[in-house]
Design a protein around this ligand. Sequence first.
Ligand code: PMP
Length: 434
Amino acid sequence: MADLFKDHINPGQYHFMKLLGFHKVKVETAEGMYYTDQNGRKILDFFGGFGSLAQGHNHPRVIAARQRFQDENRHEIAIAFMSQYASALAKNLAACSPGDLDMVFLGSTGSEAMEAAVKVAERASGRKNCKIVHAENSFHGKSKGVLSITDSPLYQGEFKLTGNTYKVPFADLGALKRVIENDSDIGVVVLETVQGGGGIVTAPTTYWQGVRALCDKHNVLWVADEVQCGYGRTGKFYAFEHHGVVPDVTALAKSLGAGKAPVGAMIAKREVYMKAYGTPKTAMIHAQATFGGIGEACVTAIEGLNVLYDEDLIGNSAETGAYLKKRLEDIQAKYPKIIKEVRGQGLMIGLEFQDFSQTLPFALRPMVALLDDKLKGSLSGFIGAALLRDYGILVAFTEYNRNVIRLEPPLICDESHVDTFCDALDDLLGKGIV
Ligand code: PMP
């Protein structure tokens, strides 16, 4: 199986997984918080598919809804008709969204949702030569359009980018103000409300209120990327709800498909949407892709939302997330020379290790200089590999900051799972690895 992956999918990724020892694991089944491998070993999932498993693996209600849909011979592709499933999902998403975030575009991925978000904002801005501001260390997807606002040479490679973009430091209102005031062509600001790939980085309420006020003053559209931090991950449905502000456009994906279907959604304010696409002439500019809003994906997402609210997974994210953060802060106090910072909100927590790039012995560098210099001395790679091998726990690091372990377990996670993870980490660090 590992050889087939190497031969037909991604040889580079295989090499990388091999260094971590992940290539030996063949996941057979998954349920709730756990994977089961080929040897019947249970693996506690503290990674959660980059935060795409809010309801856990194979939630029985989600499985049952999908089964009913199949048993009733329902239609999948209703692109020529007014799909009742897509309409019902859009209505539910509008109900979950504050203010007049009411108009929904359905696609299959976060990248597709973000493409749609940037397009609607660009048109609604009214600028002919619209320029876009994004943040340093941003991640908005890997498709060709949003690649221009994904701040990573790793992903951008040699591709030709739009050039119509400005990059500012995240959470720096002064820098944002300066670029907006200097160029009236700037029509759109795109920001993750919590930076995921950048290392689980939050910004204070004063920043978000400043972004809102600045955009209003200059007639600029604010797009909040909530693909990773939305859907209850931080303890509110949208992370921006912690700050008492509403963006003009937002995007969800990941857990929206309840771990069983690929679903992404752009949600725009009605006024913004109507400015961009309000006439019959513009209908096709905005039309969904072939599989956007297909039946099975929509019934999966609808039941996923029902589970999210019926089981109060958002409240659990806030409560269990606070418990996780407290336990990690206690571990940090015990090992201050190893752990630099614990960050994040709800069940979106980043654990940053001190920089060992100069001192970590070569043998402890499982990913040395494989992809870029940032990997050198990455303790998170070593710890991730040891947690999987010795304790049966899965974690991941963040794309741009390899010293950060990303903890985004399913939102069904309870205190006993947190204890299992934290006890293992404490035990591992207590072995005096560095
Ligand atoms: N935006 C953010 C904030 C993300 O974290 C991601 C995925 N990690 C995306 C967009 C792109 O989503 P997808 O991988 O589903 O295309």
